[in-house]
Design a protein around this ligand. Structure first.
Ligand code: MN
Length: 252
């Protein structure tokens, strides 16, 4: 079986070695994949390619390097946690950095890939902060701050985000239906794949399918894209469980 594997939201971090293990357990399957796409928030925090990689997540990066060395095409999209991942790391590990919205053709079907935070338009304070942090001038300044300052800033931002998230309703933190329709129409696709919300599912939308990845707390969550359709799976201790399956929508 030929498949392209898509994942997101591992939130790899020093105090969660089990997540690194979920990824390492997938190595044999990933080596056989046509390509691997990571749709952001691969790591919980990233303050720059010059920062030391924590011991417990280093093996995850070593795995990416082994995959690219073996010739598996690797693609990476920024999430809100790891938007500081840069071309230095991309070169070191052998992955391509994709733009925030990326349209590609998989097995003859056009699909749009994105992290997903830009679809959560009901969360106005988040969107305002995102615009500030992603501004080219701000990013330039951030990149040139001393490592220690960047680490302190990252801790503060995470604390603020945790507090804010606790006060928001479920609906506000999910995608906005209008933003989904608009993105699918603008990109001319009937399949949209994203992460960020940690609500794994495949939805039937007005313009086609929306596949949502999940976090990795209870096992690896991946979308296997095949010539026949899309399979959303959770894999824990080598035991795969299919969460959802949909054939490709008819081209219309
Ligand atoms: Mn996210």
């Amino acid at each position: 079986m030929s498949e392209t594997i898509i994942l997101a939201d591992l939130h790899l971090r020093e105090d969660a070695p089990h997540i690194t293990q979920h990824l390492l357990a997938l190595e044999a399957r990933l080596l056989k994949a046509d390509a691997l796409y990571i749709l952001g928030d691969f790591v919980e925090v990233w303050v720059g390619d010059d920062a030391p990689i924590p011991t417990h997540i280093q093996p995850a990066f070593d795995l990416l390097k082994r995959l690219s060395d073996a010739g598996v095409p690797l693609f990476f999209q920024h999430g809100n946690r790891d938007f500081m991942i840069g071309s230095a790391l991309a070169t070191r590990l052998g992955f391509s950095l994709l733009p925030d919205v990326y349209v590609t053709e998989l097995y003859g079907h056009r699909v749009a890939l994105l992290h997903g935070d830009t679809l959560c338009t009901d969360d106005l304070p988040y969107q305002a902060m995102r615009r500030k942090l992603r501004h080219p001038v701000v990013r330039f300044v951030l990149r040139h701050l001393p490592l220690k300052t960047r680490l302190n800033l990252a801790t503060q931002l995470r604390e603020r985000s945790k507090q804010a998230t606790g006060q928001k309703t479920d609906g506000i933190m999910d995608v906005n239906n209008h933003a989904v329709s608009q993105t699918m129409q603008q990109q001319g696709v009937n399949v949209l794949i994203h992460g960020h919300t940690h609500r794994p599912a495949i939805h039937q939308e007005t313009h086609g399918l929306r596949a949502v990845l999940g976090d990795w707390e209870k096992g690896a969550v991946l979308l296997s894209v095949q010539s026949t359709g899309l399979s959303l799976e959770r894999i824990h201790a080598h035991d795969p469980q299919q969460l959802a399956y949909e054939p490709w929508p008819k081209e219309g």
